[in-house]
Design a protein around this ligand. Structure first.
Ligand SMILES: NC(=O)C1=CN([C@@H]2O[C@H](COP(=O)(O)OP(=O)(O)OC[C@H]3O[C@@H](n4cnc5c(N)ncnc54)[C@H](OP(=O)(O)O)[C@@H]3O)[C@@H](O)[C@H]2O)C=CC1
Ligand SMILES: Nc1nc(=O)c2c([nH]1)NC[C@@H]1CN(c3ccc(C(=O)N[C@@H](CCC(=O)O)C(=O)O)cc3)C=[N+]21
Ligand SMILES: [Mg+2]
Length: 288
């Protein structure tokens, strides 16, 4: 029997825990943690995520502010907004929804965010801290994957883990966290040769590719754990559908545990964003 790692359920546990801690924070400090979400342009997928974030924030007692800038916004307008948010002591977390429109410089924007408010963990200072193993703000998606993994592997030590994808948002920080948990980590990507045979030796496969249903049963060692980060909108039988980077129907019988899409990593990402916002607020109130 394959275990379905239920992201909806586990994320609700994280949300409930965070909500409790938020109310303690409010009692102790007399203000709610504040999260600012910045969305540039009208990308429909981004709008869905932003809506979910705002909804969840309300649920845990985090004050959320939504900033929508037109797709044609200048770098200066975005920088100005970030400086204003950096200076606002009631804003503890800042998230700029990625990707940005092409004319904007993503790197410059991430550098402009106060590292103490960087709830995505994308600022170079926080990336460095993660690499050193002492990060306070860990990227939300990899953190969510680790929480899910802990449910099926209380001890990850010595496991062979393969991460498919090497983006700054998912693949690289995921590999860093698995390494910190004493896994033997291999990262594969678009230039990797024999990707299937490398994956098929892994105890744990994390797929963060952005290719609908690319990972097949033949890639997976019988009994392995599969974490599917992919979120791909496809059309099947004339209907719009959300699928992962893993061919779920094919892989599920082979794996010992697997995350579904939707209802897997996605909700965990949002729950971890709430956790990070609380963490950032604590850090700022305790050592401003
Ligand atoms: N559930 C959630 O909360 C989140 C989900 N996502 C989803 O996760 C997926 C990955 O996102 P992200 O990391 O941002 O994507 P990127 O496009 O930034 O990175 C994709 C990675 O996959 C690699 N890759 C692409 N094609 C292949 C291939 N054919 N074979 C092997 N490797 C390949 C790329 O290699 P190379 O570096 O060589 O180009 C790259 O490293 C997407 O579906 C995205 O929507 C993302 C963030 C959060
Ligand atoms: N600065 C930044 N930080 C991010 O964390 C970030 C980002 N930019 N850009 C885009 C990606 C993607 N991402 C998701 C978050 C939640 C779901 C999610 O809630 N998914 C639900 C359902 C989604 C739906 O119904 O469409 C699920 O999988 O069950 C998915 C994807 C965060 N990202
Ligand atoms: Mg750009």
């Amino acid at each position: 029997m394959t275990v379905l790692i239920n992201g909806k359920l586990i994320s609700q546990q994280v949300i409930d825990e965070t909500a409790k801690e938020v109310s303690t924070f409010v009692e102790d400090f007399g203000l709610a943690p504040g999260l600012a979400v910045v969305l540039v342009g009208e990308d429909p997928a981004s709008q869905v995520y932003v809506r979910n974030k705002v909804k969840r924030a309300e649920e845990v007692g985090i004050r959320s502010l939504e900033y929508k800038l037109p797709a044609t916004s200048s770098q200066e307008a975005l920088d100005d907004l970030i400086q204003t948010l950096n200076a606002d002591s009631t804003v503890h977390g800042i998230l700029v929804q990625l990707p940005l429109p092409d004319h904007l410089n993503e790197e410059a924007v991430l550098l402009a965010i106060d590292p103490a408010k960087d709830v995505d963990g994308f600022h170079p200072l926080n990336v460095g801290a993660l690499a050193c193993g002492d990060a306070s703000l860990v990227p939300c998606t990899p953190m969510g994957c680790m929480i899910m993994l802990a449910h099926v592997h209380p001890d990850l030590s010595g496991k062979q883990a393969v991460v498919i994808g090497r983006s700054n948002i998912v693949g690289k920080p995921m590999a860093a966290l698995l390494l910190q948990a004493n896994c033997t980590v291999t990262v594969v990507h678009s230039r990797t040769k024999n990707i299937e045979s490398i994956c098929s030796q892994a105890d744990i496969v994390v797929a963060a590719i952005g290719r609908p249903e690319m990972v097949k049963a033949s890639w997976i060692k019988p009994g392995a754990t599969v974490i599917d980060v992919g979120i791909n909108a496809i059309e099947r039988d004339g209907k719009r559908k959300l699928v992962g980077d893993v061919d779920f129907a094919d892989v599920e019988p082979v794996a010992s545990a697997i995350t579904p899409v939707p209802g897997g990593v996605g909700p965990m990402t949002i729950a971890c964003l709430m956790k990070n916002t609380l963490q950032a607020a604590k850090n700022q109130v305790l050592k401003p």
